[in-house]
Design a protein around this ligand. Structure first.
Ligand code: ATP
Ligand code: MG
Length: 543
């Protein structure tokens, strides 16, 4: 599908040809019907235990758990929290929540008590599913809030809360058995909230992004396109946490497509590689740090990764060099980048084929509209002009929960203002420059740190790098680089400064200097945590 230009410099990705999910009254019912249709196909595989789960098993268990939720008093549009590493029980809990028409709110398992408290106060769940790695924290915070009525332990248990149910016991207990074993269909409204996902919190506290039934059903229709190979013959691998929008949406999509999804609860080098080898994985969901691992780590050589056909990568910038290194090293024929936000349900820009230009993140997905505006004046810009990327379409969130002010800043006339600077070229290929908030203001110039970082990464003695603006009275800010050297090499501050001087325009010079560090702080999806770097700089100055 090729994009078209509509009046007013609006780019359109074209219509969604096949509607299937959107004709449903509820996401839960759609998932159940899909699982029913896939019968005894294996749909989930736990790469740690080797356990395999069929679609029939999923269907039966979801219906059972949905009955249990109803017996516990969960009604349509009630909120259910879900805090667990990737596991079959995570999937069952989420789909059972959808099956009763409830709103599911996944919670990051690495959240501290303070962060759990923030997230729970946003979504106010009635029931929370927790696993052994989170249950103590969840229980402690829940006991301080009045809205949590019960916790269901997917695994483990805790003494920190009075009403804790064990999932296994309930699933086996006749008390919760209902006859007949089918669920009366729920009917959700389009605007009912199906999911509340927390944004990554790269630029501040995580926001509770409300995705509606329609957001999800429409996104499913845009994702579920006819494929060359039947989906039942495709094995996918994921280690992306399902509590994050990217992970969660890819779980829902693959479930509805009938592929075999092999999952890992967390990244572990050998396990990740041996899972690809053992299950002959064809496609894997990736984030940039995993791509760098495949491109550079010596251990990769020890495994047979020849089954890999496609790597699907998103969440943060991925350099062309890394892409090329992977293709050369392990011979993966296709690498597909995607760009999206929690607020857009899943990706809005995708690389459809191999002809994307270097640095491009691809073209608009079907059903999506885009425009680029001057972030200061709001003026519409044209091809090759850099400005704030804005998107419109059925996947754009309803708003941030409990935060009308931020919602109004983010969505204007149905357009999501991303806070990202980018442009499209004459072929409607899109390029991401950087986040507005992260641009360095040097004199009259706006310098994107991502560009200097990409340049630094091409230096053979540099393993990793991050750039921030160092406050300066005269110039506003000066570009300053944090650099991780490769092992056993000689590299001075002056070498790095000279390298940038030679290869970049004057505004990008590292006038703020270079600080050598052991590691660049990043979140698991590879987003550089610049606020930590800014704090490091402040601390250095006050010494
Ligand atoms: P918060 O909004 O809480 O500060 P966040 O924006 O990092 O955090 P997410 O919704 O997880 O939370 O991430 C969306 C952002 O990730 C986008 O706005 C963009 O900056 C970045 N991003 C996603 N995909 C890509 C990509 N392919 N290339 C570059 N950046 C990307
Ligand atoms: Mg964001």
């Amino acid at each position: 599908m090729t994009s078209t230009l509509l009046p007013g410099n609006i780019v359109y990705g074209g219509p969604i040809i096949e509607r299937e999910a959107q004709d449903y009254r509820s996401l839960g019912q759609f998932v159940l019907d899909k699982y029913k249709g896939f019968g005894d196909q294996t749909v989930l595989v736990d790469a740690v235990s080797g356990a395999e789960y069929t679609a029939n098993f999923m269907h039966k268990s979801i219906v059972r758990l949905a009955h249990i939720l109803q017996k516990l008093g969960v009604k349509q549009n009630d909120v259910i929290g879900l805090s667990s590493e990737n596991s079959v029980n995570f999937a069952l809990a989420m789909f059972a929540g959808f099956a009763v028409g409830a709103t599911v709110a996944p919670l990051n398992v690495t959240y501290s008590e303070r962060e759990v408290d923030h997230a729970l106060n946003l979504s106010k769940p009635k029931i929370i599913f927790a696993s052994k790695i989170t249950i103590d924290r969840i229980a402690k915070v829940a006991s301080k809030n009045k809205f949590v009525k019960g916790i269901i332990a997917l695994s483990g248990s805790s003494k920190n809360f009075k009403t804790i149910y064990a999932l296994n016991e309930m699933m086996d207990n006749d008390k919760y058995k209902t006859k007949p074993e089918f669920l009366s269909p729920v009917s959700n409204k389009n605007e009912d909230v199906a999911l509340i996902v927390c944004s990554s919190g790269t630029t501040g506290l995580p926001k509770g992004v409300q995705l509606t039934q329609m957001n999800l059903l429409a996104t499913l229709d845009s994702q579920i396109q006819p494929t060359m190979i039947p989906m039942s013959e495709i094995t996918l691998l994921t280690v992306i946490p399902w509590f994050h929008a990217f992970g969660c949406l890819t779980l829902i999509t693959t479930a509805c497509m009938g592929a075999r999804l092999v999952y890992l609860p967390k990244f572990e080098e050998n396990l990740f590689l041996s899972a690809i080898e053992k299950y002959r994985v064809m496609m894997a969901f990736m984030v940039p740090p995993l791509m760098v691992f495949l491109a550079k780590h010596p251990i990769v050589e020890k495994y047979d990764l020849s089954s890999l056909m496609v790597l699907l990568c998103g969440a943060a910038p991925l350099s062309r060099e890394t892409e090329d290194q992977i293709k050369e090293r392990i011979g993966v024929p296709f690498i597909r980048q995607g760009y999206g936000l929690s607020e857009s349900t899943l990706s809005v820009l995708v690389q459809n084929d191999d002809f994307c230009k270097p640095g491009s993140v691809g073209v608009l997905k079907v059903g999506i509209y885009a425009k680029v505006i001057d972030p200061d004046t709001g003026k519409l810009l044209g091809a090759n002009e850099r400005g704030e990327l804005c998107f419109k379409g059925d996947g754009i969130m309803k708003g941030y929960i409990g935060d009308t002010k931020s919602t109004q800043t983010a969505i204007k006339d149905g357009w999501l203002h991303t806070g990202d600077i980018g442009y499209y070229d004459d072929d409607f290929e899109f390029f991401i420059v950087d986040r507005i908030k992260e641009l360095i203001k040097y004199k009259g110039f706006q310098v994107p740190p991502a560009e200097i970082e990409a340049l630094l990464l091409t230096h053979e003695k540099i393993k990793d790098a991050a750039v921030i603006g160092k406050p300066d009275e005269a110039a506003g800010e000066l570009p300053l680089a944090f650099v991780v050297k490769q092992a056993n090499v000689q590299l001075t501050e002056n070498d790095v400064i000279q390298f940038v001087n030679e290869h970049a325009s004057p505004a990008k010079r590292l006038r703020g200097g270079v600080i050598f560090v052991d590691e660049i702080p990043k979140n698991p999806s590879g987003k550089i945590l610049r606020r930590i770097l800014r704090n490091m700089l402040k601390k250095q100055k006050s010494k």
